[in-house]
Ligand binder design. Structure first.
Ligand code: FE2
Length: 387
């Protein structure tokens, strides 16, 4: 079983968690010594009335702000350019990101650029950011990406159909303002897919070669919360306790993988998402059971623990059989929360898979996966979820 005895754990983000926390937003602007705010929020957040909940405490405290909402379903390089230009021209010194991963990743990029200058393209890769940017307050409205915690931003280059990743501890938000009330209106399908993204984070971090006692504890607790509450959050959107569990799970999973990184589901999810427009959480949900099956022999004991966390009866089974129950448990979870899609639903064809697999081999998540894959292994994993 992989658990590293010597390790580094870093978590530079302050976390403010709880229902109604957003009402105290002005205090956090004060805390980061902000004078003028750029709010970055997507259309969904605007239509759900959540932007108003962010604006209200700023208005009350007479804190000047602008709103940037020229954002599609993904965080694009072009949106980052536009938002940064607006922030600079308007002399904003603090950025609030509110929404799913796209809004938060754009907000983080703008904060980074306000502090470091230049072009976001210069910072693509791992540890390419020279210093901490301007303060960013990240307010998630989905319980999945964990972008409010992490050093990673994933940005789309639409012309090249690729996703670019900025990874640096200087890219972490200053404060994660994690308020479960803001997730109450998230529709069932988005609750399901973003919840599976959170689960994939917790699980891939738990079994990969970088796992260590602190991240392991965070992953385990995140999986327990998801096992208890994802189904409920999907079928009872208004259930605040289920929403609290899911948002805490997503936060804790991000605290785990921010240090350890992930595994093959994410290695494949990034190129599949970019080339075929498959939402990130959904493609992870589709891939996860087969990636787990592939990884079983690389960390069998951990998969037995996962089976137990998800309530599988494993008494009397061999280790291998018990570990396989973890795969069944995740398949059952997908079914229960209405995730039944496969790659063919997004027009992925067998002849596309070699390019996807070759790209996935280059991901930083691939060498730390519990089983070292070949290009053919990755193609076979994708083939097994084609239909
Ligand atoms: Fe993810």
């Amino acid at each position: 079983m992989f658990v590293n005895e010597k390790f580094r754990y870093e978590m530079p983000v302050k976390i403010e968690f709880g229902a109604g926390k957003v009402d105290h937003l002005a205090n956090y602007i004060d805390e980061v010594r902000g004078n003028k705010v750029l709010i970055v929020g997507d259309q969904g957040v605007l239509h759900a009335g959540i932007i108003e909940k962010v604006e209200a405490p700023l208005k009350k405290a007479n804190i000047p702000y602008l709103v940037f909402n020229d954002i599609g379903t993904e965080a694009t390089i072009e949106s980052v350019d536009k938002a940064y230009q607006l922030a600079e021209e308007s002399h904003c010194d603090v950025v609030i990101g509110v929404g799913g991963g796209s809004s938060l990743d754009i907000a983080k990029s703008v904060g980074l650029l306000l502090g470091n200058g230049g072009d976001i393209r210069n910072y693509v890769g791992l540890d390419k950011v020279p210093t901490q940017g301007n303060p960013v307050i990240a307010i998630p409205t989905t319980a999945g990406t964990g972008s409010e915690i992490t050093r990673f931003s994933v940005l789309s280059d639409k012309t090249k159909k690729v996703k670019l990743s900025v990874g640096s501890m200087f890219n972490c938000p200053t404060i994660a303002l994690v308020d479960p009330e803001l997730t109450l209106t998230l529709p069932p399908h988005l609750t399901a897919t973003t919840g599976m993204d959170a689960l994939t984070h917790a699980l891939e971090s738990f079994v990969n070669k970088e796992t260590q006692p602190i991240s392991e504890a965070l992953s385990k607790e995140a999986m327990k919360l998801i096992s208890r509450s994802l189904r409920l959050a999907v079928v009872q959107g208004e259930n605040l306790n289920a929403r609290k569990d899911m948002l805490l799970a997503s936060t804790m999973a991000a605290m785990a993988f921010n240090t350890t990184r992930l595994g093959l589901a994410h290695s494949l999810a990034i190129p599949l998402g970019a080339k075929f427009n498959i939402p990130h959480g959904l493609v992870n949900a589709i891939l996860l059971p087969e990636v787990m099956r592939f990884n079983l022999i690389g960390n069998t004991k951990k998969f037995i623990e996962i089976a137990e966390i998800f309530g599988e009866e494993i008494a009397g089974l061999s280790d291998r059989e018990a570990a396989e129950r973890a795969v069944n448990a995740i398949k059952k979870l997908n079914e229960d929360i209405g995730i039944s899609q496969n790659l063919s639903d997004f027009h992925v064809k067998e002849e596309d898979l070699e390019e996807v697999a070759k790209e996935a081999m280059l991901s930083g998540n691939t060498p730390i996966n519990p089983v070292k894959p070949t290009v053919n292994d990755l193609i076979n994993i994708c083939k097994s979820v084609m239909v």
